[in-house]
Ligand binder design. Structure first.
Ligand code: ATR
Length: 273
């Protein structure tokens, strides 16, 4: 079998080994996929050791995605824009190559799994950290009408607008604080980590209409705090980030193995855990 792994710290709760072993059985690919906890101060050493031992590909998770991006000898265009990498492998010349499949993952989950139209959509994105930066490029590539980035620290949202304006095309990109948006959006994506502290971004309920699709990039067994709030404001369609998690994994698997696994049975299996 060929060796793959996810590297993070902590790593014990990662669902990636489960997801990739389901992909391996489904496709019959000779993939063995483990989890590696790298020391916080020696991510580079863990990566080197893995590839020196013949490892074929790594997924990278919290808190090492930016470091993985730094460490790489070359980056795909989507990794370059994302400023972070979740997928590493060696190219034909043995150069450490960084990709980022998170944005592709959320777009496929929205469009293919949930039938959400991104083209011409008016989108409100909450948060301006690494998670949001990682997905903006692929979302912009679907040609939404507008993306409003709202964040607690408005300067960080402004910085993302500056960074992505060159690839925004016809899409109107803007930044603001949480209190400002006051009209209904077609799609609201929560990319903050506020719920980890049990917080909710202080949004006006006016951003939600019946038709608004609400997507929380977080995933949990119960309805997420943000989605619960959205339902209470009258939203009728809320999704969490489980599908994104499986879709980003499937895209990494495709990069490494050249085969796209079916994701729906894997999403269903994880949902039933
Ligand atoms: P991640 O990799 O999850 O994106 P990050 O880069 O630290 O992590 O970004 C966290 C995001 O969640 C930021 O947008 C942060 O807001 P600030 O830029 O103002 O720090 C947001 N966030 C974290 N805790 C929050 C809270 N309690 N309320 C609102 N927003 C919060």
């Amino acid at each position: 079998n060929e060796l793959y792994a996810v590297v993070g710290n902590p790593i014990s709760h990662s669902k990636s080994p489960r997801i990739h072993s389901l992909f391996a059985s489904e496709t019959g690919e000779p993939v063995e996929y483990t989890a590696i906890q790298a020391p916080l101060d020696n991510f580079a050493g863990a990566v080197k050791q893995f590839f020196d031992r013949g490892g074929k590909g790594l997924n990278v998770t919290v808190p090492f995605k930016e470091e993985a991006w730094q460490l790489a000898d070359r980056r795909t265009e989507r990794a370059e824009n994302a400023g972070a990498a979740n997928t590493l492998y060696l190219d034909e010349d043995g150069r450490l190559t960084a990709d980022n499949t998170d944005g592709c993952g959320i777009v496929r989950d929205l469009v293919s799994n949930h039938g959400v139209a991104l083209k011409a959509a008016r989108i409100l994105v909450l948060g301006a950290g690494g998670a949001v930066r990682g997905v903006l490029g692929p979302i912009l590539a679907e040609h939404p009408a507008s993306i409003t980035i709202a964040n607690r620290t408005v300067a960080k949202a402004d910085a993302l607008v500056d960074l992505f304006t060159p690839v925004a095309g016809e899409t109107a990109l803007s930044a603001c604080g949480f209190e400002q948006p006051s009209e209904p959006y077609d799609l609201i994506i929560n990319g903050t980590s506020a719920s980890l502290q049990g917080d909710l971004p202080p949004l006006s309920p006016k951003v939600i209409a019946k038709k608004t699709v609400v997507y929380d990039m977080m995933y949990s067994l119960q309805t997420t705090t943000f989605n619960q709030w959205a339902l209470e404001q009258g939203a009728q369609i809320v999704h969490d980030g489980l599908g994104m998690l499986v879709e980003q994994a499937a895209e990494s698997f495709r990069i490494w193995r050249g085969i796209s696994p079916a994701t729906r049975p894997v999403i269903e299996e994880l949902r039933n855990d």
